[in-house]
Design a binder for this molecule. Structure first.
Ligand code: FMN
Length: 184
């Protein structure tokens, strides 16, 4: 297996992180990978917000928790109701991806950028987890009020977040369904 295939194979969603911050130089390389993802018509209508301020991350988690509890979605509720709940698993860096709500195919574009981020991180032994439940941040006025301070451009919609940090666990890969390909 070549290095690229090894990185793809070894990447896991990490849900336990060390407190130590990743370096700016690693973060820079990770964003180089993100912006070299393909995008429809090379539109590049994505935006990346890096959040490393613990008080901001705690504020976001508190709002997400509040909104999950309000929404009452069973499988999320169970987790959110525990005292140790943290949407981002206490990762020291979180990237929030947003995209122009008027552009076509931006969800694909951002998914590809997100994958480049997770693979670039893995290539540097940095753990990551794509997180969609963070979308509950914007389920209330309080959360939407953070859009400005997070620097989400006007007219851009939330896509997902990615937790990043040094791994404090080494989970096995969840099983893969191999019966999903047919050849014609
Ligand atoms: C669009 C998307 C949303 C996800 N949302 C969450 C999430 O909210 N919380 C979480 O812990 N993991 C989340 N994950 C991670 C998946 O659970 C994980 O990728 C899957 O179980 C396979 O495990 P692996 O990434 O280790 O291969 C998400 C992954 C994707 C692609």
């Amino acid at each position: 297996m070549n290095e690229t295939l090894k990185v793809i194979r070894n990447r896991r969603s990490i849900r336990k992180y060390k407190a130590e911050q990743i370096t700016d130089s690693d973060l820079h390389d990770i964003f180089e990978a993100a912006i070299y993802a393909p995008s429809a018509m090379n539109q590049q209508k994505w935006h990346f917000t890096v959040i490393q301020d613990k008080s901001m991350l705690d504020r976001m988690v508190a709002i997400i928790k509040e909104n999950i509890i309000k929404a009452g979605i069973a499988f999320l509720l169970e987790k959110a109701n525990t005292p140790e709940y943290n949407t981002f698993y206490n990762s020291p860096t979180v990237i929030l991806i947003s995209a122009d709500e008027k552009a076509n195919y931006v969800d694909f574009d951002c998914g590809l950028a997100a994958q480049n981020i997770t693979l670039a991180a893995e290539s540097k032994n940095i753990g990551s987890c794509v997180i969609a439940s963070s979308g509950f941040l914007f389920a209330s006025e309080k959360g939407n009020g953070l859009k400005k301070v997070l620097g989400i451009p006007d007219g851009y919609k939330y896509i997902c977040t990615i937790a990043l940090g040094y791994k404090d666990e080494n989970p096995a890969a969840p099983p893969r369904n191999k019966d999903v390909i047919n050849y014609v």
